[in-house]
Design a protein around this ligand. Structure first.
Ligand SMILES: [Zn+2]
Ligand SMILES: [Zn+2]
Ligand SMILES: [Zn+2]
Length: 733
């Protein structure tokens, strides 16, 4: 008797066997179809991996599946393959990996089909003269319907001021009818463009040519300085694939997916563009996913998880801002969408383009090793000049709420000239912490090894690591003194200081606290784009996606923040951020200036970044990593464990290491680092430890990871802690 072998979303790294549901002939089932099954006390949706004749499960333990949900698998073969590959590579349970590759509604077992959207239209022989003069509202409504021969939804009718309550009257008079909308399958291929493409310079032409003649799988690193017209290269390369009847998938970082980005694509292409972002409802997401799968949507723009969007006619994949760490999922299924894109390109035999002004050191390494073809755009469009950098040595200078006197003077000068100023401070809140002036006590989080951030509006203490909040104490916890002082400056404090210093100019703060409301960011941008002189102060939200053509001065208040990070990528991140922030200024006719406040004006890393640019900095960084045997010259994986009591996580990891040590000493060249307490040992009430494995031999490393996971799953000690494995970790903390 045949059995169904299913992948089921659960932490268990195995498949599960079931008897077929009643009346089902398993021979006809295709791998990839969803099957609803009882699992523990719940009902879950699994994915069929294969039909098998044998099972190890004793017959009395074997349950019957409840129902087969699909005739054809929702995920095409290629995506199934990608998700399986990813589960395997990132050492994540297959059932959960497959489940996460599906839209939420399909995970829940909903039918794999479009929403039945009801639309209204005028009937074919509707005649407006049938409506008498007294029925003015009905006439208005009918006119509205006549303007929308393809149908209009009730929501849209209301938005246009029409009265949906009158639809029934029109229906009774055979003037209006409702129908079920099917997404547009029309062909726009004859006229795919709304607007003519821009003229390319020689570098851009070469880049477009390389991408469109790739012929099958190839990975490109497209490194273009800010203002070099990277997006125009994307658009013209995409046009080529569109004209061949294919689709393009564009991944952008969460924070970079702005209305401006999307508008640029919609303005260029006279084709269905779908956007997969976090504000979509599950229903909208499934519809967009289906449009991509059926080839209706020709351009798909989305964030990390969009890498699993099926394409009927795969043409090309772009990863914009490829260095951005948001492409790596940091919990659960820890995949990296950028790296998966390269694998997907290989499976689907299409080109993959990684675009950025500041490549990740990994990508740079791959380009230098010849694994990626390196395309460079060094020329800025028009006559735009690169921003001029100035290091402002603040070693002897007093800082007033984060600002030095020479910087305040420069801000004044630029505002007087009628331009805008952008101030970058990657720390939100009023102050990084609160300190007792008498005894030095600091307001620490009870659940983390971290200080609590002081917020002014509303007045409270907030831990940015575990999100816990508490009222601000009036007396010191340790000595009872009332002399509690905020230490250091966050965006809220510097905003207040700027308001006092420049009362005649608007100060606009952009951070997570000021942009939570829907459309808040858009309103801020509209205000800034009016072009009047103002001061923008904000965190990295300012660095990505948005352009500020009127900004002529960019000030980076704390340029040193990455220099002494416990994460070896700390300086790389800071350099990328600085360059991105700097790139917001100095567009077209306004040359820009970037002032960096630093306590380390003679540090070689800072000076090389400022005087020679990102490329020189990155090269130096890469040589140092190779010398120190760090990624990307080594493959890396990290075991993390967390437990309620100190020492437990570390002990569990040590035991695993000891169990396997004899194997490790074999000539596989695997290095162990740890186990050690994590740099922030206590977080959200849990004590954490980590064990890093490194090797030049990826296969040996993965073999060893599997051994450890097997041990960990069988070890009672390990089962008492929460452990996880992170392959190619990007966050080492
Ligand atoms: Zn005190
Ligand atoms: Zn906060
Ligand atoms: Zn905390």
């Amino acid at each position: 008797m045949p059995y169904l072998q299913l992948a089921i979303p659960s932490p268990l790294r195995r498949l599960f066997d079931y008897r077929p549901p009643q009346g089902c002939s398993p021979e006809s089932l295709r791998p990839g179809v969803r099957v609803k099954v009882p699992f523990g006390r719940r009902e879950v949706t699994g994915v069929l991996i294969r039909v098998t004749e044998h099972t190890e499960v004793p017959p009395d333990k074997l349950k019957a599946a409840i129902a087969v949900l699909d005739e054809t698998p929702p995920m095409p073969e290629s995506i199934l393959k990608l998700a399986r590959w990813a589960g395997n590579y990132y050492q994540h349970p297959l059932g959960d990996a497959l489940s996460q590759a599906l839209p939420v509604l399909l995970r829940k077992g909903d039918p794999c089909e479009y929403a039945h959207q009801h639309l209204w239209r005028a009937t074919a022989d509707a005649d407006i003269s049938q409506l008498g003069k007294t029925a003015a509202r009905q006439r208005e409504l009918l006119l509205l319907l006549l303007e929308h021969p393809n149908g209009i939804s009730e929501d849209a009718i209301r938005a246009e001021g029409g009265q949906t309550t009158l639809l029934k009257k029109l229906t009774d008079k055979a003037l209006a009818e409702s129908f079920i909308h099917k997404p547009d399958h029309g062909h726009h291929d004859n006229q795919p463009l709304h607007e003519a493409p821009l003229t390319l310079n020689a570098e851009q032409q070469q880049a477009v040519h390389a991408i469109i003649t790739a012929d099958g799988f190839k990975t490109f690193l497209l490194q273009g300085v800010t203002g070099s017209g990277k997006t125009e290269v994307y658009l013209q390369a995409i046009e080529h694939f569109i004209r061949q009847g294919k689709q393009a998938l564009i991944l952008v970082p969460e924070i970079g997916l702005t209305p401006q980005t999307v508008a640029r694509f919609k303005a260029r292409f006279n084709l269905p563009v779908v956007v997969l972002h976090s504000n979509l409802t599950d229903r909208q997401r499934l519809d967009a996913w289906l449009q991509a799968r059926e080839g209706v949507a020709r351009i798909i723009i989305g964030t990390r998880s969009a890498i699993f969007t099926p394409l009927k006619f795969p043409g090309v994949i772009f990863i914009d801002e490829e260095h951005d760490t948001s492409f790596k999922q940091q919990d659960g299924f820890r995949y990296n969408a950028r790296d998966l894109a390269v694998m997907r390109g290989n499976f689907e035999q299409i080109p993959v383009v990684l675009g950025t002004a500041t490549p990740a050191i990994e990508s740079l390494y791959n380009a230098q090793q010849g694994r990626y073809q390196w395309l460079k755009l060094n020329q800025r469009a028009g006559n735009a000049l690169p921003p001029k950098f100035e290091l402002l040595d603040i070693r002897q200078l007093p800082l007033q709420d984060g600002l030095s006197a020479p910087l305040v003077q420069q801000i004044k000068d630029h505002l007087k000239q009628g331009t805008q100023v952008l101030i970058f401070l990657n720390r939100r809140g009023f102050a990084p912490t609160l300190m007792c002036h008498d005894c030095g006590w600091l307001a620490d989080c009870n659940r983390c090894d971290a200080h609590m951030t002081l917020h002014r509006k509303p007045f409270h203490l907030h831990c940015h690591h575990c999100d816990s909040q508490r009222p601000v104490p009036t007396t010191c916890n340790s000595c009872g003194s009332t002399e509690l002082k905020p230490v250091g400056a966050g965006t809220e404090r510097t905003e207040e200081a700027l308001q006092k210093l420049f009362p005649g100019f608007p100060v606009i703060r952009v951070d997570r606290d000021t942009t939570q409301r829907k459309n808040a960011m858009q309103q801020i941008m509209d205000r800034v784009h009016q072009g009047l002189p103002c001061i923008l102060i904000g965190t990295q939200m300012l660095a990505k996606g948005h352009h500020f053509p009127k900004v002529t001065l960019v000030a980076i208040l704390n340029a040193d923040s990455g220099l002494f990070s416990a994460d070896f990528r700390g300086m790389e991140r800071t350099a990328q951020l600085i360059l991105q922030v700097a790139g917001r200024a100095g567009r077209a006719d306004h040359p820009g200036k970037v002032v960096m406040q630093t306590h380390h004006a003679d540090h070689p890393t800072i000076t090389s970044l400022v005087t020679e640019g990102y490329q020189a900095f990155a090269q130096q960084e890469l040589s140092q990593r190779i010398a120190a045997h760090l990624p990307p010259s080594m493959h890396c994986a990290m075991f993390r464990a967390e437990a309620r009591h100190p020492g437990m996580a570390e002990r569990a990891l040590r035991k695993l290491r000891d169990l396997l040590e004899p194997d490790i000493l074999q000539p596989q060249g695997i290095q162990w680092l740890g186990p050690l307490p994590s740099p922030m040992e206590k977080r959200a009430g849990l004590f954490r430890a980590q064990l890093v494995l490194q090797s030049r031999d990826r296969k040996a490393l993965h073999q060893q990871l599997q051994n450890i996971i097997r041990e960990a799953e069988g070890d009672p000690e390990a089962r008492k802690v929460r452990w996880s494995v992170d392959v190619d970790p990007v966050d080492m903390l």
